[in-house]
Design a protein around this ligand. Structure first.
Ligand SMILES: [Zn+2]
Length: 265
């Protein structure tokens, strides 16, 4: 049994066959999909994935929509988000964070949106799903300032030392398609070395296709139905049986989202 801890099932890429994709994922042992929007225009579609497919849902504004070439969020959207969270009671806030990789990024604007969304997570006592690209230390600085309950550092790509800092703040680190590539040495080393209780798996579908869909640069559509196959490859990197890895990573997601404690044996 698997949990996809980070997915964008509401994306238009799935408009043609969303029902089939979800049925295939469930049939292959993906019990839960955590679905997250990019900005407020996606909130309705995300809400539908909860009603139709039992997705665990978050609401949030992704840093790529805040600044840079694809900017389309305005500061008033923070009030819209707070409203949605009040009404819909999502399980988490996300996808939020900082992306200093995009050209012409507006760092102060991204930091303003990030900080305001952390405050919403804090006020509602919700975990967060973080997008962290070329911004590890800045994200950590904000997390120390606005204390949230923890969450997931999605597609984690920092150093071992930065991983420790996220873990100390109550975060699990998300691993997915990238770690299926043998050339991803640093990420595979992290996946091997960080405490198992802080490892979760994800697809980020339709993005971050795994190695069995083509080269790293391919634009192949990733999908939650591939999670068991991705997970099996990551289990091998970790040196665990597929069953043990699936059980541990699923328990980690449940602990973060629902404060569920592992079974005492
Ligand atoms: Zn994402």
């Amino acid at each position: 049994m698997w949990i996809d801890s980070h997915c964008h099932l509401d994306s238009p890429e799935f408009d043609v066959d969303r029902d089939v994709v979800v049925a295939a994922a469930h049939a292959d042992g993906v019990t839960t999909i955590v679905n997250l929007p990019g900005h407020v225009d996606h909130f309705d579609a995300v809400k539908r994935t909860r009603a139709q497919y039992g997705c665990v849902t978050g609401y949030g504004i992704h840093p790529m929509w805040v600044a840079g070439p694809s900017a389309r969020s305005k500061r008033d959207d923070i009030a819209v988000l707070r409203d949605w969270v009040t009404r819909e009671r999502p399980e988490l806030i996300g996808e939020i964070g900082l992306d200093f990789f995009v050209p012409n990024f507006d760092q102060p604007e991204q930091e303003w949106f990030f900080s305001e969304q952390l405050k919403i997570a804090r006020d509602f006592d919700l975990p967060v799903s973080l997008h962290v690209r070329r911004s590890q230390d800045h994200v950590l600085k904000h997390l120390r300032r606005v204390k949230v309950r923890g969450g997931f550092a999605h597609a984690f790509n920092g150093s071992a030392q930065q991983a420790d800092e996220f873990i100390k703040l109550g975060f699990c680190l998300g691993f997915g398609g990238t770690a299926t590539f043998p050339a991803a040495l640093r990420i595979r080393a992290l996946l091997r070395d960080v405490p198992l209780k802080n490892v979760v798996v994800e697809t980020d579908a339709p993005d971050i296709p795994p190695s069995f869909l083509g080269p790293m640069s391919s634009r192949a559509r990733n999908s939650p139905e591939y999670l068991p196959r991705i997970g099996a490859m990551l289990a091998e990197v970790r040196g665990l049986s597929v069953e043990a890895f699936a059980a541990a990573t699923s328990a980690n997601v449940r602990r973060v989202l629902f404060r569920e404690l592992p079974d005492v044996r």
